[in-house]
Design a binder for this molecule. Sequence first.
Ligand code: NAI
Length: 387
Amino acid sequence: MTALSWGLIGGGEGSQIGPAHRLGARLDGHFAFVAGALDHRPEAGREFGRRLGLAADRAYGDWREMLAAERARPDRVDLVTVATPNATHFEITRAFLEAGFDVLCEKPMTMTVEEGEEIVRLARETGRICAVNYGYTGYPLVRHMRAMVARGDLGRIRLVVAEFAHGHHADAADADNPRVRWRYDPAQAGVSAQFADCGIHALHMACFVTGQEVERLSADTVSCIESRALEDDAMVNFRMTGGTVGRLWTSSVAIGRQHGLTIQVFGEKGGLRWAQEQPNQLYWMPLNRRLEVIERGEPGLSPEADRASRVTIGHAEGMPLAFANIYSDLAEAIRARKEGRAMDPAANLYPRAEDGLRSMAAVHAVAASGRQNGAWLDARPPMFRAD
Ligand code: NAI
């Protein structure tokens, strides 16, 4: 297997998400890290790139320089990851798609619904891959949940309950810390803070597992730390295309909670519960029978879960490996296109620009509903309302 070539924008030294991408992209040998514009400070980015093993002429100081140089190379990168701060995603992703690159963009994909629609149109027109890093959908047992729902084990899905609540911004004395403050500043964060940062992971997870989309929602958004202009806590009720009722809680002031991403699905014939902090167990509660604990790596799991799993049962697989599954899906999509064949259906699970757009429509609907005392609003992007 020849490695595909990969470039990273953002994710510089000390960044939160850069290491998970560098691990995830290379873990299975699908991608070789050959190019990067890693930092907003050009020299720091070049220097860090060289230290990570990039050739001097591909350790770029700026993403525009990287775009110009890579598009002129016969061995240009096969995939570009955009892991810069939110407000830059649209401009960088659009520029690389227009130049014919496949892109994996961090969430949120854009800041506005209009920008999201432009990215979806561009990806469709150019035929390029535009994926969005809802990386937690890469966990094997999340994929198994989706497979169990799809094959009807739970019957009709009545309820989905998603949470992403942590306590890392709960200290009022820390609210003026510049690393925290920008997240609640509308000029830098947009219309939403906690929902746009974490709530969209939980909402996307609800869609991924049920195979349904969000149609309308009602939100109660609050700033528990009153000096904040944007919400640090939100409760969102929603309705889905298949009639499922959705409940979602997201918070950054839930003291004692660490990562706090959980998903529960309740159908006519049973319920499932998965928590990201214990990702190797899935709780299956069949109607009128005892609880079963499904273990990652046990025999008889779905092909999607088997494909996403590497080490034997009882050994922990965690978040960088979930990200690696998104990269593994993308490698299969790129190779299948190069080789003119259909891709492995068990790999066809990576989140797409359409998902990034749906999230952005939900972010704006949550913010608007919060301002209107929880009014029920259409959460679909305008371009999908006719579907
Ligand atoms: P961070 O602030 O820790 O790091 C950002 C990095 O991007 C820094 O190295 C900075 O120098 C670099 N950078 C900024 N502007 C740049 C530019 N114009 N060109 C090149 N590099 C530039 O941010 P963090 O937490 O790593 O977040 C980055 C993105 O990843 C955000 O959009 C965030 O929402 C997303 N994220 C996603 C997660 C997930 O689970 N999918 C988890 C954490 C963050």
